[in-house]
Design a protein around this ligand. Sequence first.
Ligand code: ACO
Ligand code: LMR
Length: 264
Amino acid sequence: GKVRAPTHIICTISDDRGEEPTYGGVTMSELMEGDANVGDAIGLLWFKRRLPRYATKFVEMCVVLCADHGPCVSGAHNTIVTSRAGKDLISCLVSGLLTIGPRFGGAIDDAARYFKQACDAGQDADEFVEALKQKGVRVPGIGHRIKSKDNRDKRVELLQRYARKHFPSTRYLDYAITVEEYTLQKAANLVLNVDGCIGALFLDLLSSVGMFSPAEVQEVVDIGYLNGLFVLARSIGLIGHALDQKRLQQPLFRYPWDEVLYTK
Ligand code: ACO
Ligand code: LMR
């Protein structure tokens, strides 16, 4: 029989060997004829399937809505400082991306994990929140530095509105909202934030599209696909900030002394 040398790597998502490249077996021509968007590319390359239109549109909405949130947030700040230090575009981008984590933009996977476990177990919101508090864990997907009960996050509103109109079910979002109702009784800034909203809605999307088995949904949650959405989206804004500083020929950044509390 044929003797096959062992391969160095395995790839199951794309192929560049034929006349035209494919994503998940779909040719570039088919993608272009079908008016494919970023959601289609993510569907094929991350989730390894063609997502229905309402789902790819939702993915695109997440990317557009999370692309930037002004210059003051952690990521943009780092990118701006790096750009002003004269560094190249990729260094500026990466220095901003490195701030994405459990407090900033990188709470989507944990929000999905915690909401899924609690909702599937039928745990009441108050029990869920109090159990995390006992462990000293902040509820991922809840809380914001500037958004609050009376100053809602428009992005969260827009995503919810779309899901209620187009998703077959919003079971996990509904659960996350019961959590928010409870945390808002504690403090006005403990709103469902954009990470939490995307985490809950992705659970709804994957569970209701009818293409993901419960085990596959669990795999997405366990591996942690969803922070990638924020990383992808925010890269757009971070690149914008890096270029903005260069265009404005901003000098090296240095904090004024009176912005620092020097103390022993
Ligand atoms: N769950 C439970 N309690 C919370 C939460 C939470 N998610 N967030 C804040 N609190 C409590 C704190 O324990 C604190 O109470 P304490 O002083 O008695 O300990 C009080 O609220 C105020 O906390 P602060 O640290 O002042 O809140 P801050 O406004 O700085 O935090 C943050 C904002 C970092 C987003 C926080 O709410 C948090 O860690 N949330 C969970 C992580 C998360 O979802 N991050 C994504 C944010 S959206 C984005 O980045 C795109
Ligand atoms: C963001 O999208 O960057 C934020 O929600 C975080 C913030 O503090 O505004």
